[in-house]
Ligand binder design. Structure first.
Ligand code: 26W
Length: 858
């Protein structure tokens, strides 16, 4: 088959079959005598992927040619993480090739589903933030928005997690590129030089070290459109492959050293979703991909509009995904001034119109602050620029501050301030005296003292981003309010117009239509159209069937099939047999104290105790439950690792206790990732989103579960609040303190509180007394929530929220006994999930921040 001369491969089953055979032989080089029947699934997958790639590239080329020709405004999504997962099924479905391709594959003696399973996950992300970026580029393509993602082509993605016999987490490398990556197009001709270290002389930077950034394009197909977008990832390579002199002298190790040092930059994803700043290599990664991306955009801009820099904000906008790419503020300034010769003010005007910033967390330890020492050594010119931005920014506030000080009742300091500001000489003369204006300005400083170390200044990257951007947004309604009241309060007060909300969303293609085909088919049959896949608000049409008993029965059948699929998956992964009648309860996310997996496992420990002490009559009344956990703990996060182990220890004891039988099963699925989520979410009936109120910026799996008709037990936190609004709060199992109560608790009430729930005490006693073994090992974990002192203060409120959590869990059990009502609610969740499509989110970004409009080739 190959690409026909009109640039479009033929999509009938026979042509596809011939093309796969050709690719197996000539692209993959499979032994001819084994084609087609003697090959394993992995090999056939590669042949099929090579064929699908032809369709992708054909549409990709047409889209990109058209965009180049039309020259619309582009959005560039800068993100250190893109958690793409697998590509085969998504590509085939989005290209609407599933029918003919499955037929062709069957003819060859294979099964599309098995081949889909042979693909490795592209796990170039930690969790929510990285997966959000992947959903966003899917929506950009589907909405025909000119836009590219830009990131790093890590050689090793998120570590693989194994759980050993003792219940410990083990981390293994993710070697995902060994069999090649059929979804990328290497671009050896697209390279940029990236400098590091060195000196600055009269504003001119001479880097001491340079590497090459090489582009790889990953076509991103939209659905029901010919548009195929792009994710461009950068690989780091040495400027000079090999030090020949050293080689000739026989110093082989030295000869390869430069290569290794360069390759290190794009070697590993930092597997941490909270802290990692301070590490020079991480800053190197960030600057590496940001510089390459901006250079790339400016080079294309110059091809069309050489010299007309004022036009840049009308042709490009960069969205910075959290603080990781925020060195972009300084790098864009540097390129415009040092390379293109613009003056400071012009460059600054352009920069502030060309950048936008999204915040994804209020966790203080996750807000990146680079030590001036580290940044100044690696990027001396950027430090100069940041310093100047900081000065000018603070200067711009002086008048306001002065007015504020004057309007304050304390007359004396105001007078002094006025005098100091008016009379520079006097200021110098009284150097020792504190200038109240300077004091008042301190809180706005981008460069500030490090609270943990004397005389060690740090650069607050979030502040730099807020000052350098046209818009700043949070990722759920409550989160966008919280950032205005807390981390960015002072900035909000002086520039309220910059602050916006963009509630997160998820792609309904991957997270409903493709991962839950039976439910999708039922929805399509019921609504009489599959238009809901792109217009998710149509899902509201399911509401009118929520009470319909016949429809409920169909819905239950489909849900049950998904539970069976999940049960099979766990059997094949872990060898554990799970019954499919009990309630399937799932908590899957990174392991973190704020996400409170601890609360969940404590309640299960108490449930175990109840089962052990129940009479046969009481047992007969109990609602059987399968509790599934999944998630990775950052490798150096000890508390999180202990929680992983506790869950595994409790599971081992409970699952092997003959008194328990099918009343309770607890499993920890190792190596939670995108492909597992695609099985876990459709099979779940209850999902847990139980973060301490005010800590989970949004959450996105909550949206995926809701779409798939899974009920939620959760706190009034992040997007749970909006899900409750859309679904009906009465249909959600809401519990716990809300975000306003939490600080009140932490600052006051906590100190005199002693009302530990007896069930909470019992659960902790069971851990302490060795029911799950390892009492010494779990000691500090137990103390962290039960002994209040300076280091153990239950910061995340496990103890005070426990009672209400147990009440909510009782409601869950009660409701599950009423299957009609449960099913009715399940339908209402899917019906109410339309708002949480990333198409809606991206449409808002496009209109309210980016000013980017659809551009689709006729
Ligand atoms: C410094 C290292 C680092 C790495 C990742 C710091 C911070 C992060 C992110 C905050 C991690 C993250 O994934 N945040 C999540 O973003 C999601 C998408 O907006 C939200 O739904 C989650 O609530 C938020 O925790």
């Amino acid at each position: 088959n190959g690409a026909a001369l009109d640039g479009k491969p033929k999509s009938d089953p026979a042509s596809i079959e011939a093309d796969v055979l050709q690719n197996l032989e000539f692209t993959i080089g499979a032994p001819s005598n084994k084609i087609p029947n003697g090959l394993d699934d992995k090999t056939v997958y590669r042949g099929v992927a090579a064929s699908v790639r032809e369709f992708l590239i054909a549409a990709f080329n047409r889209t990109q040619d058209y965009w180049r020709d039309q020259d619309p405004k582009f959005v560039y999504y800068l993100s250190a993480e893109f958690l793409m997962g697998r590509s085969l099924l998504n590509a085939v479905q989005n290209l609407e090739l599933t029918g003919p391709l499955s037929e062709a594959i069957k003819k060859l003696g294979y099964d599309l589903e098995d081949l889909v399973d042979a693909e490795q996950n592209a796990a170039l992300g930690n969790g929510g933030l990285g997966r959000l970026a992947a959903c966003f580029i899917d929506s950009m393509a589907t909405l025909d928005l000119p836009g590219w993602g830009y990131g790093i082509r890590y050689k090793y993605g998120m570590f693989k997690q194994a759980i050993d016999a003792k219940g410990y987490q083990q981390e293994l490398p993710d070697i995902w590129l060994t069999n090649g990556n059929p979804w990328e197009i290497a671009r050896p001709e697209i390279t940029y030089k990236i400098g590091f270290y060195g000196t600055v002389d009269n504003f001119k930077w001479s880097p001491a070290e340079q590497v090459i950034a090489k582009a790889y394009d990953n076509p991103i197909p939209g659905y029901k459109t010919s548009t195929v977008g792009n994710l461009r990832l950068w690989e780091a390579l040495p400027l000079c492959e090999f030090d020949l002199d050293a080689f000739n002298e026989g110093k082989y190790d030295k000869a390869v050293e430069e290569r290794r040092k360069a390759e290190d930059i794009s070697a590993v994803l930092y597997p941490n979703d909270a802290t990692e700043y301070g590490k020079e290599l991480r800053l190197k990664q960030q600057f590496f991909f940001v510089s390459a991306s901006i250079q790339d955009v400016l080079a294309r801009f110059k091809e069309k509009h050489a010299g007309d820099w004022a036009l840049l904000p009308e042709k490009a906008i960069f969205q910075m995904n959290d603080t990781h790419p925020t060195i972009a503020v300084a790098e864009l300034m540097r390129l415009l001034i040092d390379q293109e010769g613009l003056d400071w003010d012009t460059a600054w005007g352009i920069t502030q119109k060309t950048l936008a910033f999204t915040n994804h967390t209020v966790m203080p330890e996750a807000l990146e602050k680079w030590p001036v020492k580290v940044l100044g050594k690696l990027l001396p010119r950027h430090l100069e620029i940041i310093d100047k931005i900081d000065d000018i920014w603070k200067d711009s506030l002086k008048e306001k501050i002065l007015a504020q000080i004057e309007s304050e009742p304390k007359a004396a300091p105001a007078k002094a301030a006025k005098a100091a500001a008016k009379d520079g000489e006097e200021e110098e003369a009284e150097e020792d005296e504190e200038d109240p204006v300077e004091t008042a300005l301190a809180k706005y400083g981008i460069i500030t003292e490090n609270p943990w170390e004397k005389d060690a200044k740090v650069i607050n990257m979030a502040y730099l981003a807020v000052v350098g951007s046209k818009a700043v947004n949070g990722v759920a309604a409550i989160h966008s309010e919280i950032i205005k009241d807390t981390i960015f309060k002072d900035f909000y007060e002086v520039m309220p117009e910059k602050f916006q909300n963009k509630t997160n969303g998820v792609t309904p293609r991957r997270w409903l239509a493709w991962c839950n085909p039976k439910l999708a088919a039922l929805i399509t049959e019921t609504l009489g159209t599959d238009a809901w896949i792109n217009e998710t608000t149509l899902l509201a049409g399911l509401r009118q069937y929520a009470d319909d008993k016949a429809f409920q029965a169909k819905w239950r059948t489909v849900k049950h099939a998904a539970k069976e699929k999940l049960s099979h998956k766990i059997k094949s992964l872990m060898g554990v047999d799970l019954p499919t009648d009990p309630l399937y309860d799932v908590q899957i996310k990174r392991i973190h104290e704020y996400k409170r997996q601890y609360l969940n496992i404590l309640s299960l420990i108490y449930r175990y105790h109840q089962i052990k002490t129940a009479s046969p009559e009481e047992k007969a009344e109990m609602v059987p439950r399968v509790s599934i956990f999944g998630g990775k703990a950052a490798s150096a996060y000890y508390a999180a690792k202990k929680i992983v182990r506790l869950i595994n220890r409790v599971g081992a004891v409970v699952n092997s206790d003959p008194d328990v039988g099918d009343l309770l099963k607890i499993v920890f699925v190792p190596d939670y990732n995108v492909d597992l989520a695609e099985v876990l979410i459709p099979g779940a009936e209850l999902s847990q989103h139980i973060s301490t109120a005010g800590t989970e910026a949004s959450g996105t799996s909550n949206m995926k579960f809701a779409m798939n008709g899974c009920l939620i037990i959760g706190t009034m936190d992040g997007a749970n609040i909006e899900i409750a609004q859309e679904t009906g709060k009465e249909n959600m199992f809401v519990f716990g303190m809300d975000a306003e109560d939490v600080p009140v608790w932490r600052e006051g009430k906590r100190k005199e509180w002693k009302d530990y729930d007896p069930r909470f005490v019992k659960a902790l006693d069971l851990i302490k007394s060795g029911t799950f073994g390892e009492t010494e090992y779990f000691k500090d974990l137990v103390e962290s929530i039960s002994v209040m002192n300076d280091s153990n203060n239950d910061w995340f409120l496990v103890a005070p929220d426990f009672t209400d959590y147990m009440r909510a869990q009782d409601e869950v059990d009660k409701l599950y006994a009423d299957q009609d009502e449960w099913t009715r609610r399940s339908i209402l969740y899917t019906a109410g999930s339309g708002f949480f499509s990333s198409d809606r989110t991206i449409d808002q970004y496009a209109k309210e921040i980016w000013d980017v409009v659809p551009c689709k080739q006729p």
